[in-house]
Ligand binder design. Sequence first.
Ligand code: SAM
Length: 240
Amino acid sequence: MPDSQHKLPLLPPNVYSIEDAGKPRLATVNMAPGTRVYGERVVNNNGIEFRLWSPHRSKLAAMIEKGMAIPVASNSRILYLGAASGTTASHLSDMVTGGMVFAVEFAPRVMRDLIGVCSQRQNMVPILADATRPALYRAIAGQVDLIYQDVAQRDQAGIAIVNARECLKPGGHLIMVIKARSVDSTANPKQVFKQELEKLYEEFEVIDKKGLEPFHRDHMALVAQRKNHKQLAFEDTNCL
Ligand SMILES: C[S@@+](CC[C@H](N)C(=O)[O-])C[C@H]1O[C@@H](n2cnc3c(N)ncnc32)[C@H](O)[C@@H]1O
């Protein structure tokens, strides 16, 4: 293992806590050495290139800093909704060296940058599509282990549910970032979080949730697991 960094037990694959200027900082092992995605700092250690990962720039990094367990394995297939120009999606790509990240984004301007990022990474596929219409990309993404959703839309829970029904394995996971101001700019953020969580229970069991302060204001992140509807239906039949 390289000097002056260590892997904590809760960290996902290829995520490290590196000592930098006397402070521990999150970093991922760069899957495309020699390239950067958004001007992030890069540190070389014993021949391994690490990309520093700021919780102020990425809500997923903030979740890790806040001690949330992230359900990602090195071979996970991930459907990323709202990839923008690939900041966080590229760190997920660093993690899933034997998996895939399908990065959905509907804004053509950021899509151009995202395509550039994906062209440097063999496990990242850009998809120009509206995340409210998963039937359009189901054939590309197939069944995934995890949906990561950060779309800043009004119906965030509804978008997670339709994507889970099309693309998420039974028992698969959801990471969702709820931006209270995007759902309702006038309502109390706590009320917005409660309302979105209640909608999610139809399809998911929520495992963990946390506010992302001090890194991101009025944002809540949650980790949930899809209920196994097939199994429920079978048990119901047995009861008749
Ligand atoms: C907060 S930004 C995402 C930042 C990104 N997740 C990161 O951490 O690097 C939200 C993104 O979602 C995209 N978006 C919003 N609604 C969408 C939709 N219905 N379908 C696809 N992308 C959408 C926006 O264009 C924007 O780029």
